[in-house]
Design a protein around this ligand. Structure first.
Ligand code: DQA
Length: 147
């Protein structure tokens, strides 16, 4: 079983980008840590980052029936992208939306997510732990379904 980790625009700059808000960890480190965590559980992780909306849409389409779930930080597209929302609605893979920062304590425009209503759930404000929390949710849900 495997999960897809998708990160949207500007998240390739994690570690150097506004570290007060987004922390010191780079994206590669986050991807590596999450993969190590999942491998211990017998699962695999495929990671993809893009600054381009269409590439993220393609990645969601290609994930259909291929993954148990998608851990998705859509970054700024969270607040703007009807196309990404429609892509999530079009596939049969559950998505957890993750934000490193607490989007509810920042500018008003970050409070709205066009994607959250079509996601399984949303995690915000836990820093990079949020990615791991999302992975844990997929693992636990899978165990629950097997019972
Ligand atoms: C973010 C929050 C978004 O509002 C912002 O545009 C980002 C990162 C987060 O992880 O906290 O790029 O998704």
């Amino acid at each position: 079983k495997r999960l897809l980790l998708l990160n949207g625009p500007n998240l390739n700059l994690l570690g150097t980008r506004e570290p007060d808000i987004y922390g010191q960890s780079g994206l590669e480190e986050i991807e590596r840590d999450l993969q190590a965590f999942l491998i211990e559980e017998g699962w695999d992780l495929i990671s993809f980052q893009s600054n381009h909306e269409g590439e993220l849409i393609d990645a969601i389409h290609q994930a259909n029936h291929q993954y148990e779930g998608i851990i998705f930080n859509p970054a700024a597209y969270t607040h703007t992208s009807v196309a990404l929302r429609d892509a999530i609605s079009a596939v049969n893979v559950p998505v957890i939306e993750v934000h490193i920062s607490n989007v509810h304590s920042r500018e008003a425009f970050r409070r709205e997510s066009l994607l959250a209503p079509v996601c399984w759930g949303q995690i915000a404000g836990l820093g990079t732990i949020g990615y791991k929390a999302a992975a844990l949710a997929f693992l636990e849900e899978d165990k629950r379904k097997d019972d």
